[in-house]
Design a protein. Structure first.
Length: 420
RNA sequence: CGGGGCGUAGCGCAGUUGGUAGCGCAUCUGGUUUGGGACCAGAGGGUCGCUGGUUCGAGUCCAGUCGCCCCGACCA
């Protein structure tokens, strides 16, 4: 992508009431735009990042048998009335609206009900199970207070996978596979080292559910960690009784702030009972389907990455998540510099690197470097008269370290080592 | 939903005892610059969140309303 063609621009100033680091950096760099409180658009750079996060999640969901689909955002009240969650008293985040004919409908805050109802059309026998449908879908939640930039919004994309199993054992096994997949996802997203599988309250059908909590001072959750045994417990269930189950006392844990980036829980028959999602087993007996639910918010993940990967100059994207892997900076507008830059740009593109090329002729070097640091691509290549004379490229990693000089003919192998 | 703060040009701000709105950044034009957010000269851009009231006159005073941010409560 030639930066001269990118319609978004970076900004030197910010709206005064944007306080969170994630919204400050993402707005300043032109990754997102704020439509209203708790409602953000993803602009080209931000959209690329969001899609990379989605891509990683998609691969790991497919790897555990997930089948992608897309349910509707507009929701008929029927299914929700059956589970008694249509009432604003029971579910206080509803956005509701109505059709021209006066009938009421809702904007989906989650999809257990509509999906359970949908699956009734396809599940009747034990032979139809298990099934693991999932989607990346927009949820609407009428939060009383949107806050923290893109971490807590009223409209957001969520990956929600649901497991439909024949029995508890099948659910338990799948749950563990999903948990392992989540660990892998956050590793690939660059958050692995600071993300904890955290015990949380389980509800009616299991002792625990699990939250994936990324350590961050700006987080709104509090968790308790024991490093030695790698155990984390969320605040709601952190007590002497629980810690004893792990052979520890409360004093063995440290309190940390964290952002909940994912959460998995066993639904059991909660929805299959009330919506009558049953199947016939081998002996001909009717059985309720055993369900589980597995969520990740890609937008919140993006905000979390920005919160945890930045310095005073801007964002430092993990290499698999960056909008572009390489940022080429052309210093000066001499013919030789622009020609060499373009040659490099074409070479890297042909070698399947994702490249942003700052080809703007009227922008001073200082501004280009500042933009590059702000946007935060992992590798910056500076093309200048001096470097061309020496037949080399000047490479700087956004994450830190001194500049390296790489001979022109070794650039592809160098970048392959660096980025793949 | 409770408490606090704020709405003046795209963004950040100033605006005195009420007298008809200004600065910086950004944008546009011309020129000079080019290794860490350049400089000079010129230009465009605002029914002062909205509604009503007081007044000869309201950005300024009063009432209401809408929106935004922070803290807290809430968060399948």
């Amino acid at each position: 992508m030639k930066q001269s063609k990118l319609f978004t621009k970076t900004s030197k100033t910010l709206p005064k009431d944007e306080v969170s680091v994630n919204s400050q950096l993402l707005l300043k760099s032109g990754f997102i735009d704020k439509e209203m409180a708790g409602v953000y658009s993803y602009l080209p750079l931000g959209h690329r990042v969001l899609n990379k996060i989605i891509g990683v999640i998609r691969e790991e969901m497919n790897a555990i048998g997930g089948q992608e689909m897309l349910l509707t955002a507009l929701q008929s009240p029927a299914a929700w009335q059956a589970t008694d969650r249509w009432d604003d008293q029971k579910m206080d985040v509803w956005f509701k609206t109505e059709l021209k004919n006066g009938s009421t409908l809702g904007l989906a805050p989650t999809h257990e009900e509509p999906l359970t109802r949908l699956m009734k059309k396809f599940i009747s026998s034990y032979k139809d199970l298990p099934a693991f449908p999932y989607q990346f879908q927009t949820k609407f939640r009428n939060e009383t207070r949107a806050k923290s930039g893109i971490l807590r919004t009223r409209e957001f994309i969520m990956k929600d996978l649901y497991s439909f199993c024949r029995n508890q054992q099948e659910l338990d096994e799948y749950y563990e596979r999903a948990k392992a997949a989540y660990v892998k996802i956050f590793d690939r997203l660059g958050l692995g080292k600071i993300t904890y599988v955290t015990f949380a309250s389980g509800g009616t059908f299991s002792k625990f559910s699990h939250e994936f909590q990324t350590l961050c001072e700006y987080g709104e959750d509090i968790i308790y960690i024991n490093e030695e045994k790698n155990i984390a417990i969320n605040r709601e269930i952190f007590n002497e009784e629980i810690t004893k189950e792990f052979g520890l006392t409360m004093a063995d844990f440290v309190e940390k702030k964290a952002i909940e980036v994912g959460n998995i829980f066993k639904l059991g028959t909660k929805f299959s009972d009330s919506l009558e999602l049953n199947y016939v087993d081998e002996s001909g007996a009717k059985q309720p389907v055993i369900m589980g639910s597995y969520g990740i918010g890609p937008g919140r993940v993006m905000g979390t990455i920005v919160e945890t990967c930045n310095d005073e100059k801007g964002i430092i994207w993990p290499k698999h998540i960056a909008p572009y892997q390489v940022h080429i900076i052309s210093l000066g507008k001499d013919e030789a510099i622009m020609q060499e830059s373009e040659r490099l740009y074409n070479l890297l593109n042909a070698s399947n690197f994702e490249v942003l090329w700052d080809d703007r002729l009227t922008v001073n070097p200082g501004a280009k470097f500042a933009d590059s640091d702000l946007i935060g691509c992992p590798v910056r290549i500076t093309v200048s008269g001096k470097n061309i004379e020496n037949k080399q490229y000047e490479i700087k990693n956004r994450a830190g370290g001194d500049a390296k000089f790489v001979p022109q003919d070794q650039i592809i192998s160098f970048l392959t080592d660096e980025l793949k």
